[in-house]
Design a protein around this ligand. Structure first.
Ligand SMILES: *Cc1c(COP(=O)(O)O)cnc(C)c1O
Length: 341
């Protein structure tokens, strides 16, 4: 069976590193959405809790319910409630004024404000109306947040969006005082925006996903960051054969042996969420040559090793296939066994 090794030590290292950057563990929300970016929601939630993290974010209510006992607060980023939850430790992100109106009375909400990404969030002009809805429906306003679109790029956009958020913050604070509401938490940074910051974090906390798992795609001019990949992916041998020079391996026979050699088949494929390499170009993973196309449930390598490592650092594959590490790790099937080491 293919398996994923989770390095507890590396995860702790990243969390400590990011917490220091954010100004303490209380200022770090770990993002565990999408099965903790493929690492396993429950395993990572328990580890994060053990390291002293008190806040996490997920995508759905189903995910939140699995881990909410471990945290003071779990923020649901993309789901719609049908009724008020029994607990105040789960909050919902609200992405539009229209959505806010539909929230069950007394729900805990974090209002997303659009500071320039134009993907989600209420606009500055709608802020007043949002507060009217909050008051009318007795919503528990726990947070006001935004998301940056260019945090990993070298441009002035980050400053522009940050300024926009500061303006919205000011306006929101005025309204909060006016309506005598408890002060909500303000948050904006994801991994890249926290990492690139030179000044201490002004917000109440940062929401970090990819960096906790050991990666960043931030422009290199921002420097080097001491992050360690948490996941490594392994597959086990199904069979071995001796083939002659000129024989061809796998679908389409795209891989031709240049000399007599041993070829083995391993139990991982694109059905398990591994990247479907088409065999056209050479691919060497952790020192071993991939032979031909990746099949749905298996793939071939030169040699006869009992197990092979597909990656210890997903950056290599991401770069090779012109994508980002998120894309490589998050798609791995939740059914792949996890081993915490
Ligand atoms: C996914 C997500 C994050 C985490 O982003 P990373 O780049 O992985 O740190 C933060 N905030 C929101 C709203 C998200 O959807």
């Amino acid at each position: 069976m293919a398996f994923i090794e989770i390095s507890k030590e590396n995860y702790q290292h990243n969390i400590e590193y990011l917490a220091e950057k954010a100004g303490g563990k209380d200022k770090l929300m770990v993002v565990l959405k999408d099965n903790a970016y493929g690492h396993d929601l429950e395993i990572m939630a328990k580890l994060a809790c053990g390291f002293g993290i008190k806040k996490s974010a997920v995508k759905t209510l189903k995910e939140a319910k699995k881990i909410n006992f471990l945290f003071e607060e779990v923020l649901i980023l993309a789901d719609h409630p049908t009724r008020k939850l029994q607990t105040d430790s789960i909050s919902y992100a609200v992405h539009s004024l229209e959505g806010l109106r539909k929230f069950p009375k007394k729900s805990c909400v974090h209002v997303n404000v659009d500071s320039g990404m134009h993907r989600n969030g209420i606009s500055e002009d709608e802020l007043k109306d949002a507060f009217i809805v909050i008051l009318k429906n007795g919503l528990n306003l726990k947070g006001i947040f935004t998301h940056f679109r260019s945090a990993d790029q070298l441009s002035s956009e980050q400053y522009w969006q940050n300024e926009n958020f500061n303006k919205i913050k000011k306006q929101a604070k005025k309204l909060i005082l006016k309506y005598n509401l408890p002060m909500p938490k303000f948050h904006s940074c994801n991994s890249s925006s926290l990492l690139r910051r030179e000044e201490p974090l002004e917000d109440d906390f940062a929401r970090c996903g990819i960096s906790t798992y050991g990666y960043t795609h931030i422009h290199e001019s921002f420097g080097e960051f001491d992050l360690k990949p948490v996941m490594s992916l392994w597959a086990q041998k199904l069979s071995t054969r001796n083939l002659n020079r000129g024989e061809r391996v796998g679908y389409g026979g795209v891989y031709e042996l240049l000399k007599n050699d041993m070829v083995s088949t391993y139990d991982i494929g694109y059905g398990d969420g591994f990247f479907r390499h088409d065999g056209q170009n050479e691919l060497i993973l952790e020192g071993k040559n991939v032979c031909g196309r990746v099949s749905m449930d298996s793939m071939c390598f030169l040699g006869d090793a009992k197990k092979v490592c597909l990656f210890k650092d997903a950056y290599y594959l991401a770069k090779k296939f012109n994508t980002i590490t998120y894309d490589i790790i998050v798609k791995l099937s939740p059914y792949i066994k996890k081993v915490v080491v």
